[in-house]
Design a protein around this ligand. Structure first.
Ligand code: HMG
Length: 440
């Protein structure tokens, strides 16, 4: 059976940054610790005046195609995952293909183009579509380009404002992949939910606290479904577990949930000895509140154990390094968590080839998807070749006033005159709604 998976990854971050403890917290009159310790964030990325989801996606894709020496004939499918689309008819992939055709010989007329939407989980769904297309033998030797691109904005004053971010992740899905091989081990948790939605509106209507519960509930279902195809999973089976990361504090909770779930038949019994002797169940208690209280107490104890803390430090914490510096990229978020883990492994000379990752994606609305993948033999070269650190370092540091202008402008308010804080550097730039972006 031919291996299919991610062959290359490139990232494009919005070229501006907002310092959360240094700029945002003082302007809001908040303790910086809420952002750094509570949410786990340092800075957020924002697009400059000449950037949008098309330019960020096209720039990431161009970097990937150049590095892999590809031309349009090598690509049979372009799928864009986004929840920031501005066109209800044409998919964003057509705009991105239009950009790329300006710089490569040949065109993408032969390529199937689409746009995937299910909040943040759509990036992973697009990878699944590409995997199925190749596995079905319909690709005729061509690879698929999957681009997750979003500008994640909340209304000013909304509690979600601190978690904003903007950027794109381009991924090449191909046979004999260099980064990770995908598998059929997969599980879902999916239900109609209304805690986060944007019906004909730019900013989400969001019930932040409930959205965290919904995330955890769907994640638990997806884990249970995953275990129906991948038996007896244990937390130590996986080198890293990249989660969808709206902010690192969310992943602290999700990591604990995943750990508890995977150790339930052994360590939990030991841990609870002296209390009720096994993992608490609802029927052990007189009422739901008492049950919830026992679970909370159990989780608090579990969180403090040395085993858990060392597992978290090795398996989860390295997935959060980029997210801390860029905020929520919606569809790209879980994919930057994967990159973050691989970069950490490369920097620390970890021998990852053949090891497994458990990738936990999530999208509001709501659906969690959990799958296992195996690290391939070219992972280190690929990850080291992908350009990121420079981009992060070069971002322009916004003052609070400048941040407010950027926020207004990217709320599709074209009357806001926004200066460009950075200069385009041989990249695609935004030239107006419905028009193709140009290279400048
Ligand atoms: P909030 O209510 O302003 O914050 O917003 P808070 O008061 O709950 O504080 C956050 C954490 O900081 C808490 O930690 C505090 O204790 C702590 P926790 O108890 O949760 O562990 N804290 C401090 N720590 C240290 N020093 C301090 C301090 N002060 C407080 N001084 C909220 C939080 C998540 C509600 C908000 O950011 C929000 O609404 N975010 C947007 C929604 C979101 O991200 N939800 C996540 C799950 S849904 C999802 O992931 C999908 C999504 O990506 C969209 C999609 O799929 O398309 C969002």
């Amino acid at each position: 059976m031919t291996a299919v998976g991610i062959d290359a990854i490139e990232i494009w971050t919005g070229k501006l940054q907002l310092d959360l403890p240094g700029t945002f917290a003082p302007a809001k009159g908040e303790d910086p610790g809420k952002y750094t310790k509570g949410l786990g964030l340092e800075t957020s990325s924002f697009p400059d005046a000449y950037e949008d989801i098309v330019t960020m996606g096209a720039n990431a894709a161009k970097r990937l195609m150049d590095r892999k020496d590809l031309d349009p004939q090598d690509i049979g499918r372009i799928d864009v995952a986004t929840e920031s689309a501005f066109d209800n008819s044409k998919p964003v992939s057509t705009y991105i293909a239009g950009c790329l055709e300006q710089v490569y010989d040949g065109d993408f007329h032969h390529a199937n183009k689409g746009e995937r939407k299910f909040a943040c989980v759509a990036g992973t769904q697009s990878i699944d579509d590409a995997y199925n297309w190749i596995k079905a033998g319909r690709n005729r030797g061509r690879a698929a380009l999957v681009i997750a691109t979003d500008t994640a904005l909340y209304a000013r004053g909304d509690p979600g404002e601190a978690t904003q971010g903007a950027g794109a992740v381009a991924m090449l899905i191909d046979e004999d992949p260099s980064v990770v091989e995908l598998s059929t081990e997969q599980g879902y948790g999916s239900a109609d939910e209304t805690d986060f939605l944007k019906p004909n509106q730019q900013f989400p209507s969001v019930d932040g606290k409930r959205s965290m519960q919904v995330y955890l509930a769907r994640m638990r279902e997806a884990l249970e479904d995953f275990e129906s195809v991948a038996w007896d999973t244990h937390p130590d089976d996986f080198a890293y577990i990249p989660f969808h990361t709206p902010f690192p504090g969310m992943v602290r909770k999700a990591g604990l949930l995943g750990y508890r779930h995977m150790i339930r038949d052994t360590e939990i019994e030991d841990a609870l000895e002296g209390r009720i002797g096994r993992q608490p169940r609802e029927e052990d208690f007189d009422d739901w509140e008492a049950y919830e209280e026992a679970i909370r107490a159990y989780m608090d104890d579990l969180k403090e154990t040395e085993e858990y803390q060392s597992w978290y430090a090795d398996t989860i914490d390295p997935t959060l390094n980029i997210s801390r510096r860029v905020g929520n990229w919606y569809t790209g978020s879980v994919h930057i968590a994967r990159v973050s883990a691989l970069r950490h492994a490369a920097a620390n000379d970890v021998d990852l080839q053949g090891q497994k990752l458990l990738v936990a994606s999530y999208g509001s609305g709501a659906q969690a998807e959990i799958h296992a993948e195996t690290v391939a033999d070219g992972w280190k070269e690929e990850i080291e070749a992908a350009d990121l650190e420079d981009q992060l370092q070069r971002r322009y540091d916004l003052s609070y006033d400048e941040y407010e202008q950027v926020h207004d402008r990217h709320n599709h308010d074209m009357d806001v005159e926004l200066e460009e804080f950075t200069q385009p550097d041989g990249e695609f730039v935004f030239t107006g709604w419905g028009r193709m972006s140009e290279r400048k």
